[in-house]
Design a protein around this ligand. Sequence first.
Ligand SMILES: C[S@@+](CC[C@H](N)C(=O)[O-])C[C@H]1O[C@@H](n2cnc3c(N)ncnc32)[C@H](O)[C@@H]1O
Ligand code: SF4
Length: 359
Amino acid sequence: MAAAEHLYLHVPFCGHRCGYCDFVTVTGSGELHGRYVDALIRELRGAPARPATIFVGGGTPSLLDDALLARLLAALPACDELTVECNPETITPAKAQVLVEGGVTRVSLGAQSFQPQLLATLERRATPDRVVQAVATLRRAGVTNLNLDLMFGVPGQTPHDLAADLDQASSLEPEHISYYELEAKPGTRFTHRHGAELERQAEALEDHYETVVATLRERGYHWYETANFCREGRQARHNLGYWEGRDYLGLGVGAVSTIGLERRRNRPSLRAYLDAVEAGQAPPAEIELLSPAERGSERLMLGLRLDRPMPLDGLEWLIDPRQLERMAGAGMLAREPGGIRLSERGRFMANDVVSTLLR
Ligand SMILES: C[S@@+](CC[C@H](N)C(=O)[O-])C[C@H]1O[C@@H](n2cnc3c(N)ncnc32)[C@H](O)[C@@H]1O
Ligand code: SF4
């Protein structure tokens, strides 16, 4: 595959599989951590020498023991932004030091909520105190760019719980907040148990979303992507690359790459991944050739999530001009010199607006 500016490394290991999660994860298997890191390092030989950004995600990369994590970080090429995804219960002073000394410029911490009963529903291992402690430990070690992942729409969550989460999250002063609506992923334990309740609360979620946006804005965060908020200049550069439709290379089990019109999805089997890479072969993968219409539609879907005009540069043919007129007339979007931009109302319904626009 040709060079990409953005590099993603997947570390699938988790201490526990949370019921709502459908990422490629593996619990237990501690004896495979070392082999896995070696395989990633081997795969890195084919990676660009100087990517703009690197994101080490999971799974739980911070579950790797300190020496292994240090080894992985030392093998990464230089870049402008290096993010590592961490779970609060894995953060110790020594781990935080490994991150900082390993050149990590941004830590993304999965808080999800600060309400003990909601964390229990989510089957999270960290208590609210543990989340607060992890933030303090990371700050003391010198982490100056911190993201908190949070979720709204957890079954049983009241408006009071949401306000308390917003207060607690903003009092920790992270530079960035990703606030996701909890999705019922097909086939997960969570959907089986709580799917009906999630459907019943769909309307309340619209209010929750509006509360999240209004509160974080009041507290000085920019709502720069439908689920993402940041202090001035603290956008996630890696994620921006993805939303701007740039090429990215994914390494590791289950990782996805998009280079031009080729989409490569590494298969989710850890054993098959290890066997192939250790034998000097490419990881087993499914390769899909995207049509220009598919790739262009994806670019529109992602680019319109951002709070800036989306340049159409040759994508006009994918848009239905009558729907564009209609949506502009309904105040959902505006045509601007740099492209089209969703209005405030349009951004709350981004998925619906964009799918209506596409031919
Ligand atoms: C790769 S995941 C998990 C990272 C890390 N292991 C953790 O648990 O915090 C990144 C983020 O996706 C979000 N996420 C995971 N499953 C989700 C779901 N079903 N609906 C909405 N957001 C989800 C969570 O906020 C999570 O922190
Ligand atoms: S949410 Fe995080 S910790 Fe939980 S299973 Fe998914 S990746 Fe692992």
